[in-house]
Design a protein around this ligand. Structure first.
Ligand SMILES: Cc1cc2nc3c(=O)[nH]c(=O)nc-3n(C[C@H](O)[C@H](O)[C@H](O)COP(=O)(O)OP(=O)(O)OC[C@H]3O[C@@H](n4cnc5c(N)ncnc54)[C@H](O)[C@@H]3O)c2cc1C
Length: 434
């Protein structure tokens, strides 16, 4: 029989937001369980690096979680939810988790925009390339081009260089004027200025171009070169890897499943929360990038507020509001100055695959503007990723509205699904909170 767990506060996601929420709630005496699909806590920014370990901030927060008494269930995906219970799929099979309050800290994923050649081996997201390097993929001597938009390009370039890659160039789609305006506003965040200086120093010698974007990846069996638009001229650069980062999209599937209200975030959606990080559903809170792309500082403080509020410590939560306001102000600055230009939304040609799972080409969508019709006719979004990749891409390139989410959030064996409807099993001896 599936293991059944109970807790006062369940936290989904062990990134900066989830870990902070767990520490805050446990600090108020709540029995906390954190669930995360990854093998190790840390989320995207603090993904464990097999060669260099985790940064000091991540180690410190993990340590706080350990001493807080919160229970961490790594390698467990939350795949469905029903009547105050979550269905988890882990290494040992299904488990159910019954909670008093719930904090959704499910983070964000990369926005991948289709362009000719984007499915060639050797073409990845910028964060994907970073994750590969951290997980030990050989990078020594690989010529890597980074293209897209935002600070993740720099963070990824830093990781790749640290792992021995030759970063041939970073191509930022924002214009020089946008970058100057961003730099001019940065003085209000001295710690961010310091970080930017450190990154640029570590990347000394790596060319950084603005007003530059990818046009196509070239190669037969794998990527051999990239064609770029730089201002009003094109340029072809030889490379072994092309890492493209066009920004991030909030992971809202679980919130949708739980009927939480959403709000628009550009052409995408994020979980709507009030000042205490409460969603529209009683007892469910949300924090971090699931509520909107805000970066690590925003995620951390929102997580603390959500954890405190979920443990009924609203006074302590309120004291963190000014810190959150400052972090959100910085996030808004990033969003404004690295907004995607229309040029990167027009890269796909008729033959470009827009849905990799189901081999749907851009021309297959001709004349259709309704997500349901597209699904029925082409199977676009019906493959293993369940529209996680092609959905946001189509929202950008043809303004296709987002569709709902249905269980399971991730593909699972049928016997796992059955556990949610098998009734509440007897508590197993291990891992039971009560
Ligand atoms: C690929 C990638 C790389 C990034 N690299 C950097 C970087 O180098 N520097 C930087 O400043 N910012 C980076 N970011 C931005 C970064 O995500 C945020 O700044 C910060 O990590 C957000 O914290 P969070 O806690 O909101 O979400 P995350 O850190 O994304 O954590 C969310 C966690 O939720 C888990 N999760 C989601 N859904 C489920 C589910 N259904 N079941 C179980 N677990 C689930 C995920 O496994 C993940 O660990 C990156 C983002 C991405 C997508």
């Amino acid at each position: 029989m599936a293991e059944h767990l109970r807790c006062d506060v369940a936290v989904i996601g062990a990134g900066p937001a989830g870990l902070s929420a767990a520490v805050a709630a446990a600090g108020q005496g709540a029995r906390v369980v954190i669930v995360d699909a990854s093998p190790q806590a840390g989320g995207q920014i603090w993904r464990n690096d097999v060669r260099f370990g985790a940064p000091a901030a991540a180690r410190a927060l993990r340590e706080q979680v350990m001493v807080s008494g919160a229970m961490v269930l790594s390698r467990h995906e939350v795949v469905a939810a029903s009547g105050g219970q979550l269905l988890l799929n882990g290494d040992a099979g299904a488990a159910t988790l019954e909670y008093g309050n719930l904090v959704l800290a499910t983070g964000a994923r990369e926005l991948l925009l289709p362009f000719p050649g984007w499915t060639l081996p050797g073409v990845t997201g910028a964060g994907g390339a970073q994750a590969l390097a951290k997980q030990g993929a050989p990078m020594q001597g690989r010529r890597v081009v980074l293209a897209g938009s935002g600070p993740l390009l720099l963070a990824s370039a830093y990781t790749l260089k640290r792992h021995g890659a030759e970063v041939v160039g970073i191509h930022e789609q924002a214009t020089r004027q946008q970058l100057h305006a961003f730099a001019a506003a940065l003085w209000r965040w001295p710690a961010k200025v310091m970080q930017a200086v450190q990154l640029r120093t570590a990347l000394a010698g790596v060319p950084y171009h603005c007003d530059s974007h990818v046009l196509r990846a070239l190669g037969d069996a794998r990527v051999e070169a990239v064609e770029l638009q730089r201002g009003n001229r094109t340029q072809t650069i030889a490379c072994d890897q092309l890492a493209c980062g066009f920004g991030l999209v909030p992971n809202i599937e679980l919130a949708q499943l739980l009927s939480c209200d959403l709000h628009a975030q550009g052409r995408h959606a994020a979980v709507r929360v009030d000042e205490f990080q409460r969603t529209s559903v009683a007892g469910i809170f949300a924090a971090g990038e699931a509520c909107g792309i805000g970066g690590v500082d925003c995620a951390t403080v929102e997580g603390s507020i959500a954890g405190l509020a979920a443990a009924n410590a609203s006074g302590a939560a309120r004291r963190l509001f000014p810190r959150r306001a400052r972090a959100r102000h910085f996030a808004a600055l990033l969003g404004e100055h690295f907004a995607l230009g229309d040029a990167v939304r027009r890269l796909a040609d008729a033959d470009t695959l827009v849905c990799r799972c189901e081999d749907v080409r851009f021309s297959d969508l001709a004349g259709m503007h309704d997500a349901r019709a597209i699904k029925l006719k082409t199977r676009c979004g019906m493959g293993p990723c369940q529209g996680r990749i092609c959905g946001p891409a189509l929202a950008e390139i043809v303004d296709l509205p987002r569709t709902g989410s249905r269980p399971p959030v991730f593909p699972v064996p049928l016997n796992v699904l059955a556990a949610l409807h098998a009734g509440t099993p007897t508590d197993s001896s291990s891992g039971v909170m009560k």
